[in-house]
Design a protein around this ligand. Structure first.
Ligand code: NAD
Length: 479
């Protein structure tokens, strides 16, 4: 493997951008330059899409599922063999703590294994129809899929789009975020080394503003699978509309963490900091709105602040580090602006919110209290290490406040009352919810949002369905 990939990966080869353009990358933990990576132009993109179409037509679509599975298992094996290198790249590129980075690379391998196994069991139906004869359904690949991914979980999100799309027989043009292209580029090379035919997976790093519209509107692109901000998702939806292109959008979130007095709230307080501060809060599922039943507010806050103080904010290369830097200087400034606005309005920072005295875009995780429903910090996705806390007294009113959010991605509910758990889980408008836990992502289960958090689902067998067209065939019994 190349130590640091700096070119586009098109047709099984490294190649510079046609116009020689490059994006400089900075290590956010050190503020030192890391690499300069090719920034694709519209011409590079056109080449990638057209040759992906040729690779699709040239045999990948017609390969038996079992043969595609062999290649996918091979990709998983190579990911595992290169786990340390990939994790080190992710750590240097976006400041991801190394222990998390290793877990995420391993998750990528698991995703390839899951879809390699799943595709052989991915069947159509036979359907009894009224007039005899024989009716059956086929799941057919779509063609060339554009997979557009963000910078916060670059490797697993790339894998959870690429693996099911390839398993279903599509070709893929993968566009990583311009801040975080390194592991995606490596994935292209590893997939090719595992036997994926040239052109079936193209990796074009570059800015969304420069090539995003051209990618979405390219006539050969049949489906856009996007993860990123709601604003860009809305733009993609609009641009895809004239061609009635298939889309799946995984967008922003402002997820609730609801703690009832009848729960093991001490455990909730201990585990809640990492439910929002993991990945330095740059997580679409971050439980950034904490609803705490008023009768336990005081002791809960005390425990929450104590648990937050214990978090290890440090060099992401140290295995003990839980919280690394934010991804960029701009991202940290944006988070600080939310904190400053809240403080100017009289809200209290109970802990954190300051820059530690060191290089890198670090910010101590912050707990904001005294927040009011109309506050921007309570309404908007901050995408940084800030949790806002509000007490509640009435279950129904609290659910009303949760559901007033335009988002509906994820959330946690803490209660030991089974009836309440069932009732609240049914009423909360979100695609993913956990009771007495903070987990959101399981390879085997569908993941995605309600409302402005998106449409479509990643992961699980639902994702495989999302990369196919459903065809119904009827054979007459007699002419
Ligand atoms: P972003 O929307 O700025 O960028 C995401 C990707 O879209 C990048 O690859 C970017 O280059 C590309 N892009 C930008 N403009 C484009 C355009 N006009 N056309 C096509 N592509 C374009 O988001 P980000 O800042 O990278 O990521 C943060 C956002 O992603 C947050 O809102 C977060 O909640 C969301 N996110 C959602 C999920 C989820 O599964 N729901 C997961 C992770 C992140």
């Amino acid at each position: 493997m190349k130590p640091i990939p700096t070119d586009l990966f098109i047709n099984g080869e490294w190649r510079p951008a046609a116009d020689g353009a490059k994006t400089p990358l900075v290590n956010p933990a050190t503020e030192e330059p890391l690499a300069e990576v090719a920034a694709a132009s519209v011409a590079d993109l056109g080449l990638a899409v057209e040759s992906a179409q040729q690779a699709f037509d040239g045999g990948w679509r017609d390969l038996a599922p079992g043969k595609r599975a062999e290649v996918l298992f091979g990709i998983a094996r190579l990911i595992r063999e290169n786990l340390k290198t990939l994790a080190a790249l992710e750590c240097a590129n976006i400041g991801k703590p190394i222990t998390d980075a290793r877990d995420e690379i391993a998750l990528g391998a698991r995703i390839f294994e899951y879809y390699a196994g799943g595709v052989s069991r991915f069947c159509g139906q036979t359907i009894p129809v009224a007039r005899g004869g024989f009716d059956y359904t086929l799941r057919t690949p779509m063609g060339v899929v554009a997979a557009i991914v963000p910078w916060n979980f670059p490797f697993p999100i790339a894998c959870w789009k690429v693996a099911p799309a390839l398993a279903a027989g599509n070709a893929v043009v993968l566009k990583p975020a311009s801040l975080s292209p390194l592991t995606a580029l490596m994935l292209g090379q590893l997939a090719h080394a595992a036997g994926l035919p040239s052109g079936v997976l193209q990796v074009v790093s570059g800015s969304g503003q420069a090539i995003g519209d051209a990618l979405v509107q390219h006539p050969l692109i049949r489906k856009i699978s996007f993860t990123g901000s709601t604003a860009v998702g809305a733009r993609i939806m609009a641009l895809a509309a004239p061609g009635i292109k298939r889309i799946s959008l995984e967008l922003g979130g402002k997820s609730p963490n609801i703690v009832f007095a009848d729960s093991d709230w001490r455990r909730a307080a201990e585990t809640s900091p990492m439910s929002v501060f993991a990945n330095t809060g740059q997580d679409c599922c971050a439980r950034s709105r904490l609803f705490v039943e008023r009768s336990i507010l005081e002791p809960f806050l005390e425990a929450l602040v104590a648990a937050t103080r214990k978090l290890v904010v440090d060099d992401p290369l140290r295995p003990e580090t839980q919280i690394g830097p934010l991804v960029s200087a701009g991202q940290r400034e944006s988070v600080e602006a939310y904190l400053a606005e809240a403080q100017a309005a009289g809200r209290t920072v109970a802990v954190g919110g300051v820059r530690p005295k060191r290089k890198g875009y670090f910010l101590e995780p912050a707990v904001l209290v005294g927040v009011e429903p109309g506050d921007r910090c309570w309404q908007e996705e901050i995408f940084g290490p800030v949790v806002c806390v509000r007490p509640f007294e009435d279950e129904a009113a609290m659910i009303g406040e949760v559901n007033a959010s335009p988002y509906g991605l994820s959330g946690s509910v803490w209660t030991d009352n089974l009836s309440r758990a069932l009732r609240v889980a049914r009423q909360i408008e979100s695609g993913v919810l956990s009771i007495n836990s903070h987990s959101s992502v399981h390879v085997e289960a569908p993941f995605g949002g309600f409302k402005q958090s998106g449409v479509g689902r990643d992961l699980g067998m639902q994702a495989l369905e999302g990369y196919t067209e459903l065809k119904n065939v009827y054979i007459a019994e007699s002419p």
